[in-house]
Design a protein around this ligand. Structure first.
Ligand code: SF4
Length: 284
């Protein structure tokens, strides 16, 4: 299926987000989805534009709120495949409360973060992922805060699927997104997606020199939670690949009876007059 539309992205030439767009389109096709069965919800930021660049349902939400919208969409119609996406500022600053709770809730959606360690849309300020000492217009003397580790946070929040990739590795990124889509639960995928205009430190070359591919470790077992956490810490969060997957836990909608039965959109949830009267009796 063709998930391309005729909207021309207005990202800067070379922006890492182009590859994320291509990877989502390829992964959706590889997973056998139809455009009418896929919805992409995004937050605010350069990355937020992605929901308008893919041929499927798209919802460009508000800052840090892609996840509540995406979860609501999935719970209303669990037959839809839902992808939430945004940047590191969107998901790990204003949206961090939602990120942690969505991870532990385990609704069956895929969350893709385009992590460029800076705020690009607002022209280059320090983000929660910027390194200590990182100089921007908002931290001219260098950031004095430690960057947060999204992988450690996802693991600590009880994630059932944690992966990380790099915009330059389209093959790996596509495979991980497809695996995330097929995972029965919340799939968290962090993507190093360089901002070529404002981040002159964490460039494509910088990532190529510093990231560690999990494929290098023959005995790595992504079902081993302790091994996953150790490897994240050993590599300072710079590893790529499928880091952790727990297939034993049921998704939120498989556990809650109202969602389990069938999609809410197919259920008659209107109150009859009798139901209403009954309800009122409880409040008298
Ligand atoms: Fe991409 Fe940075 Fe340009 Fe935004 S400002 S489109 S993140 S390169």
């Amino acid at each position: 299926k063709d998930f391309r539309n005729n909207v021309k992205p207005n990202w800067c030439p070379g922006c890492g987000d182009f590859s994320v767009q291509a990877a989502i389109q390829r992964a959706a096709a590889n997973a056998g989805l139809e455009p009418e069965n896929l919805a992409i919800v995004s937050g605010i930021g350069c990355s937020g534009r992605i929901s308008g660049y893919i041929n499927c349902y798209g919802f460009h939400g508000i800052h840090g709120r892609a996840l509540p919208i995406a979860q609501g969409l999935k719970l209303a119609n669990r037959d839809l495949t839902v992808i939430a996406s945004g940047g590191d500022g969107d998901g790990f600053a204003i949206g961090m409360g939602h990120t942690i709770h969505a991870i532990r809730r385990n609704v069956n959606i895929t969350y893709i973060v385009m992590d460029n360690q800076i705020y690009g849309l607002t022209k280059g300020q320090t983000s929660p992922r910027s390194a200590f000492g990182f100089k921007t217009k908002s931290t001219p003397e260098g950031s004095v805060e430690s960057p947060l580790s999204p992988l450690e946070i996802a693991m600590a929040a009880g994630a059932t699927f944690v992966a990380q990739s790099f915009s330059s590795n389209l093959k790996q990124l596509t495979e991980l997104i497809e695996q995330g889509i097929k995972h029965e639960g919340f799939a968290f995928i962090n993507v190093f997606s360089p901002c070529v205009t404002f981040n002159k430190i964490n460039t494509y070359d910088w990532f190529k020199e510093n990231i560690v591919d999990l494929a290098e470790f023959e005995d790595y077992d992504p079902s081993n939670r302790v091994m996953a956490m150790s490897k994240i810490m050993e590599t300072n969060g710079l590893l790529t690949g499928l880091i952790y997957q727990d297939t034993s836990r049921k998704s939120y909608e498989d556990l809650v009876p109202g969602f389990k039965k069938e999609p809410l959109v197919n259920q008659d949830i209107r109150l009859t007059e009798e139901d209403f009267e009954e309800l009122m009796v409880e409040f008298r």
